[in-house]
Design a protein around this ligand. Structure first.
Ligand SMILES: [Zn+2]
Length: 211
């Protein structure tokens, strides 16, 4: 499966009708080109919503730029003199944009979303079935459990953070190569590793707090 966005393979989306003037509007359009009235969020994917090409390799600054430029157009001040329906629609658009931004800005959430779009990552199945991965996680947990003081926990955190960076690079390589199995595996490792780092940081804080 090709995880990169192949625009040529997709039929051009049929124009939708503006709720106010019935003029044609593109699915990702915030406003009707004819009457300039705000349009409700359509069921398009997060990449399309932010006007980004579908793919893992996205410059985070591009996500920011796109999100903030769209969000500015929906600022409540701009709708102060508009009717209740337009206000409600602009808010719904703002929520949809937020959702897209939150999902795409993070490495792991973007990877999982992209895998889900390809039908390769059932959202409810994040259990480790791979014996090798399971062993890796158990060893990490044992090391963390065995750390007796804040310095020991810090060492665990340092090792896990270093591994996180390596796995993020592997994730990028897997997507670039279109290797879905490798991308899934890397995403799962990353999910567990992040959880471990969060837990280790919480424990570190408790240790420093003298509990
Ligand atoms: Zn219109």
């Amino acid at each position: 499966m090709n995880l990169q966005h192949d625009i040529s393979a997709e039929p051009a989306p049929a124009p939708l009708a503006c709720w106010s003037c019935a003029g044609p509007v593109a699915p990702e359009a915030l406003f009707c080109a004819t009457c300039r009235v705000v349009q409700p969020p359509r069921p398009i994917d997060h990449f399309a919503r932010l006007g980004l090409a579908r793919g893992f390799a996205i410059d985070p600054r591009e996500v920011e730029r796109s999100y903030f430029s769209l969000q500015r157009q929906l600022h409540p001040d701009r709708f102060a003199t508009r009717g209740a329906r337009e206000k409600a629609i602009s808010q719904a658009q703002a929520v949809a944009l937020n959702d897209a931004y939150e999902t795409l800005k993070g490495t792991l959430s973007r990877a999982e979303y992209l895998l889900g779009l390809g039908g390769d990552a059932p959202a409810d199945d994040r259990t480790i079935r791979d014996p090798e991965l399971l062993m890796e996680q158990m060893e990490r947990r044992e090391t963390l459990a065995g750390a007796r003081d804040a310095a020991g926990v810090e060492t665990c955190i340092g090792a896990a953070v270093a591994d996180t960076m390596t796995i993020e690079a592997e994730l990028g390589d897997a997507f670039a190569a279109g290797d879905v199995a490798a991308a899934r595996r890397a995403a799962l490792r990353l999910r567990y590793l992040r959880k471990l780092v969060d837990e280790a940081r919480a424990r570190h804080a408790r240790l420093l707090g003298g509990e």
